[in-house]
Design a protein around this ligand. Structure first.
Ligand SMILES: [Zn+2]
Ligand SMILES: [Zn+2]
Length: 352
């Protein structure tokens, strides 16, 4: 395992910059906010830890790309900032999540509330869920994994038509696997920064996806004909679990982060780290490192403590950890480490 430990000076430059106006801008944070943001500069920080590389297939090893510090983000003319009249994130669900429409609405309702806490200050709205047939997209059976896949280009064209005027962005989410082109095996998602839209699948976040007994496999030799969407009727959807919810929240907020213009993080452990495989995306934390937090805070203008409180409320409210769990309660067991982390951050922010 390799640890990417930047020096405190390098991290300070990434966080604060050496441009006079950006230093002044940093000085406007409260004393407590600065203390939290600067926590990550110290190698012994318990809140922000260095990135570790475990495999050659990890993102940073296999996709060398220049890192983006705060100043580079700030100066990027293509980054997106929500403005009045264009400050709503729309989520379009394609197909079902869990068993039936009620379960789907409940699940995407949790995702909506999570995004609203993460992108604190934006409103997040759900468009009415649609079946795959409504999008008119091409689809196929994957020749190796034998599961159904839908075409990202067609889905993006559909989203483009549905994007409301006041949208900061529109993101499509689905439990069905995706492919961008015939020659590709699959893709987790595809986004367009300039068009403010993206489509993402959580199909491969099912623990069983790569097993032979995966229930989304169709019979060998089965053919599908274009336009006959009946193959999607009753098609397998993964069981709703706490881990699936955690992975979905991470992916959705990571991808929307790209729409803001935040690039893959190479500074500290962070939800904006690139990930090449499931084990790596499970390894990254649920929230932002100080450098990426400053990027988002600058785009949005929230109070850092208010945002953390909203995230904490989302974990604690309506969850099944308190009272006897029911199937309709939000399964937040997998968020326990994040809950404790948020409380620690808040104690740094509130301690006089
Ligand atoms: Zn990414
Ligand atoms: Zn980061």
């Amino acid at each position: 395992m390799q640890v990417i430990q930047h020096s405190a000076e390098r991290l300070r430059l990434a966080l604060v910059s050496n441009r006079k106006d950006l230093i002044q801008h940093f000085q406007k944070y409260t004393r407590e906010e600065k203390r939290l943001l600067e926590e990550g500069l110290y190698p012994d920080s318990t809140l922000f830890k260095p990135i570790t590389l475990h495999l050659d297939s990890d993102w940073i090893s296999s996709h060398p790309e220049p890192p983006q510090d705060f100043q580079q983000y700030y100066c990027n003319p293509y980054r997106n900032t929500p403005v009045k009249g264009r400050n709503t994130i729309y989520i379009q669900t394609v197909g079902l999540f869990g068993e039936g429409e009620a379960a789907t609405l409940r699940y995407v309702g949790w995702l909506r509330e999570y995004c609203e806490a993460f992108y604190y200050g934006l409103s997040v709205k759900l468009l009415e869920p649609v079946p795959v047939s409504a999008t008119g997209c091409a689809f196929r059976i994957n020749e190796y994994t034998h599961n159904l896949q839908i075409n990202t280009g067609d889905l993006l064209s559909y989203l483009k038509k549905k994007k409301p005027k006041d949208a900061f962005c529109i993101v499509g989410i689905t439990m069905i696997d995706l492919y961008p082109e015939d020659s590709w095996n699959f893709v987790f998602g595809q986004a367009s920064l300039t068009k403010g839209m993206g489509i993402f699948s959580f199909a491969r976040y099912d623990d069983n996806f790569y097993s032979r007994s995966y229930k989304g496999r169709l019979q060998k030799g089965r053919k599908v004909s274009p336009q006959d969407y009946s193959v999607f009727d009753g098609y397998y959807t993964p069981p709703i679990t706490s881990t699936l919810l955690l992975r979905s929240c991470k992916t959705l907020t990571h991808e929307i982060g790209h729409i803001f213009g935040i690039q893959h993080c190479q500074w500290m452990q962070c939800v904006m780290q690139g990930s090449n495989h499931l084990e790596e995306s499970d390894r990254r934390p649920l929230d932002l490192c100080p450098v990426c937090l400053r990027k988002l805070q600058t785009a949005m203008g929230f109070k850092i403590a208010e945002r953390y409180k909203a995230l904490l409320r989302w974990i604690e409210e309506g969850s099944n950890t308190g009272e006897a769990g029911t199937s309709s309660a939000k399964p937040t067991e997998a968020f326990e480490a994040s809950r404790q982390w948020l409380m620690k951050c808040l104690s740094v922010l509130e301690d006089e």
